[in-house]
Design a protein around this ligand. Structure first.
Ligand code: DAH
Length: 340
C-alpha cells in the first residue's frame, strides 16, 4: 500500500509539473484532492488497517495532500509567469528595426530669398514692416501719385473687391502707410509681400507674385545713397563681381525714376542669349521719392527727401538660381522645391 502510494505520488507530481494551463492544473488538483480521489478512497478504508500501519498510511496520505497543494501552487506561479512572458514576447517591439522615413520639407526658395534680403537690410539698420494685401485705392494709387485718371494705372488695374478696394498691385502702398504712421520722422524700412495683377500667366509673368519694397526718408538723402544701397544688396545676393547700372525710367511715385540692371550672372557682362547680348539684366525699379508723395503723407518736400525701390522677389530668385519659368515657384512640385 505504501509503495503504491509513493508510486502514485510520483505520477501526481509529474502530472502537476506537466500541466500546461491553469485549467489543466485545477483538473489535476481535483483528481487528487476531490471527493472521488484515490486518496479519499484510501481514507475511507482506514478502519481496516492495524495501528502502526494506520498511522503510517495516514501520515503518507497527509504528506501526499500537502505535496499536491505545494506543487500546484508552485506550478500555478510558473504558468502565470510563462503567460506574462508569452504576452510580452508577442507584444515586443523591435527597437532595432529601421524607422519609417518621414520626408522633411524645407523653406520655400522664395522665403529663403526674402529672409536673405531681410538679413542684409536689417544689417544696414532697416526695419521690416508689412501692409495689407487687400488694399484701399487711396494707398495703392492715390497716395502713390496715381490719381483716378492717371494712364499708368492701366498697367496695374487689377482685382477689385469694390470700386475703392482691390488686391494691392504693388508693395508701394506700404510707403504711404509707413509715412503716415511715422508722422514726419525719418524712415528706413523694407516691406516684402505678395502683390496681384491682371496678367497673363507665362514663363515670366504671374497674376500673383512677390515684391520687396524699400523706403528711406530723411533730410539729406540722395540718389547716390540709393545706388550704394542697391549695389551692396546685389553684390551680397548675386556675388561680389556683380555691378549695377541705373537707366532713366518713369514711375509716378519717384522723380527722377530709374530702372536698375545688374551684370548678367551668366556671361559676366560680355553678352549672351540670357541677357539678349547686352550684358545687363533688369532687376528692379526705384528713384527719389516724388515731392507729391512726401507732401500727401505729411512730409515737407523742401526739407525731407527720400529714395524708394521695388524689387521682384521671383526675378531675383530666378537670376540667382538660374530658374527659367516663374510657374515653378507655385506648382508645389517637390522635385523642384527640394533643390533649394
Ligand atoms: N511699384 C513698382 C512696380 O510695381 C516698383 C517700384 C518702382 C517701386 C519704383 C518703387 C519705386 O518704390 O520707387 O512696378
Amino acid at each position: 500500500m505504501i509503495t503504491k502510494l509513493l508510486e502514485m505520488r510520483e505520477i501526481a507530481k509529474k502530472k502537476i509539473q506537466e500541466a500546461k494551463s491553469i485549467q489543466e492544473l485545477n483538473e489535476t488538483k481535483a483528481l487528487y484532492l476531490g471527493k472521488k480521489s484515490p486518496l479519499q478512497e484510501i481514507m475511507s478504508h482506514m478502519r481496516e488497517f492495524s495501528g502502526d500501519m494506520k498511522k503510517e498510511i495516514g501520515q503518507k496520505v497527509n504528506e501526499f495532500k500537502n505535496m499536491i497543494e505545494e506543487e500546484v501552487n508552485k506550478r500555478l506561479e510558473k504558468i502565470k509567469e510563462e503567460e506574462v512572458e508569452r504576452k510580452l514576447k508577442s507584444e515586443a517591439i523591435d527597437v532595432t528595426l529601421p524607422g519609417k522615413d518621414i520626408p522633411l520639407g524645407n523653406l520655400h526658395v522664395l522665403t529663403k530669398t526674402i529672409e536673405e534680403m531681410e538679413e542684409i537690410f536689417v544689417g544696414m539698420g532697416y526695419d521690416v514692416v508689412e501692409g495689407p494685401e487687400v488694399e484701399e485705392d487711396l494707398y495703392n494709387f492715390e497716395m502713390m501719385n496715381l490719381p483716378h485718371d492717371h494712364p499708368a494705372r492701366d498697367m496695374q488695374d487689377s482685382f477689385y473687391i469694390n470700386p475703392n478696394i482691390l488686391l494691392r498691385t504693388h508693395t508701394s502702398p506700404v510707403q504711404a502707410r509707413t509715412m503716415l504712421k511715422a508722422k514726419g520722422s525719418p524712415i528706413k524700412v523694407i516691406c516684402p509681400g505678395k502683390v496681384y495683377r491682371r496678367d497673363d500667366d507665362d514663363a515670366t509673368h504671374s497674376h500673383q507674385f512677390m515684391q520687396l519694397e524699400g523706403l528711406v526718408v530723411d533730410k539729406d538723402i540722395k540718389m547716390s545713397d540709393l545706388k550704394g544701397t542697391l549695389s551692396l544688396l546685389m553684390k551680397k545676393m548675386l556675388g561680389e563681381n556683380c555691378k549695377i547700372r541705373f537707366r532713366p525710367s518713369y514711375f509716378p511715385f519717384t522723380e527722377p525714376s530709374v530702372e536698375v540692371d545688374v551684370t548678367c550672372f551668366k556671361c559676366g557682362g560680355k553678352g549672351c542669349p540670357l541677357c539678349k547680348g547686352s550684358g545687363w539684366i533688369e532687376v528692379l525699379g526705384g528713384g527719389s521719392v516724388h515731392p507729391n508723395v512726401l507732401k500727401m503723407a505729411g512730409y515737407d518736400p523742401d526739407v525731407y527727401k527720400g529714395f524708394a525701390f521695388g524689387i521682384g522677389i521671383e526675378r531675383i530668385t530666378m537670376l540667382k538660381h538660374g530658374i527659367d519659368d516663374i510657374r515653378n515657384f507655385y506648382i508645389s512640385d517637390p522635385r523642384f522645391l527640394k533643390q533649394f
